[in-house]
Design a protein. Structure first.
Length: 62
């Protein structure tokens, strides 16, 4: 188990958006030790699907 902070999530999402799934897996592995490719890919896909909540951005909800 590990914690994903905003900086790590941003780096993984950027790699995913700009270069694809496997570069995002490599970025994830820079931050945490995950040996299983299937698990790493699942985590990357999960992180890539996250979007910041309005509360986190400092803007009031619409």
């Amino acid at each position: 188990m590990f914690v994903v902070d905003e900086a790590m999530a941003t780096a993984v999402r950027r790699a995913f958006d700009e270069r694809g799934e496997w570069p995002a897996v490599a970025e994830l592995r820079r931050h945490v030790c995950i040996d299983d490719n299937d698990e790493a890919l699942r985590v990357v896909r999960t992180i890539a699907s996250w979007r910041r909540s309005p509360e986190a951005s400092g803007r009031p909800p619409a």
